[in-house]
Design a protein around this ligand. Sequence first.
Ligand SMILES: O=c1ccn([C@@H]2O[C@H](COP(=O)(O)O)[C@@H](O)[C@H]2O)c(=O)[nH]1
Length: 305
Amino acid sequence: MINELVKKIQKLQAPVVVGLDPMLSYVPEQVQKKAFAEYGETLEGAGEAIWQFNKEIVDKTWDLIPAVKPQIAMYEQFGVPGVEAFRKTVEYCKSKGLVVIGDVKRGDIGSTSAAYAAGHLGNVQVGNSRLTAFGEDFATVNPYLGTDGIKPFIDVCKEENKGLFILVKTSNPSSGEFQDRLIDGRPLYEWVGEKVAQWGETHMGESYSYIGAVVGATYPEMGKVLRRVMPKSYILVPGYGAQGGKAADLKPYFNEDGLGAIVNSSRGIIAAYKQEKYAHIGAANFGDASRAAVEDMIADINSIF
Ligand SMILES: O=c1ccn([C@@H]2O[C@H](COP(=O)(O)O)[C@@H](O)[C@H]2O)c(=O)[nH]1
């Protein structure tokens, strides 16, 4: 799947990911009203509203972008109907030819990681049937439990041609509390980055590994170091836009070949209609506002090359 992702980025000249993080407060009133008329103000109504919201955004942007990143927390907050909206979103995005990065941030002891990996990236055996639960192409993974928590994910990735983005240096303000702590004179994120590079060597695509990393746009100096530590790992870069990350700071996340990183924006795209810049497009046409925001983001990121 990493080869497909790289080819799509090259074809579209768009190293960007649209984050599908549908808070109910981002869903325009007309979409909420329709869903609530059918299902009431229930978890089912919320699930329907976020699904219809996502579908419109995907319909208006899929031809511009290589990938989407649904954030599972935004769906899980609505319980089972929310998780069903996540599943439908993954399925729909894949039907549109998009690479789907499940931002699920899983990771546990080996046997539990194996179950997470089967559910999100692989298959499960039910009687005589082999079934797919969610079927994302990539998943985000937390490396805190070490190699035996990561290996089951890599095993499934090898079987299924899937990939991972492992948290290395996250974009949030407190990420340094643990991630920047020095161990034998080097910050923890560097040790984790080195490990990601090693894990990545065991599952290589044509030019990049199936095992990538998450490095926040809000820490460009660290992005520069980590690019060198993990030359063959694709970097998923959250933190652009709403969290303050700027395109001008992102060049060091890319390799000389102009590849190696993919920049995410969630709120900046899906709630674009609420921004002053796109307000003239109107809440009724929220998908068009998202399209305009994607076009602007692609131009912004490409301006650094
Ligand atoms: O370090 C990280 C890891 C993941 N995220 C996720 O990315 C998006 C960012 O949303 P924006 O609206 O573009 O800020 C969200 O799903 C986070 O959970 C991150 O921000 N930083």
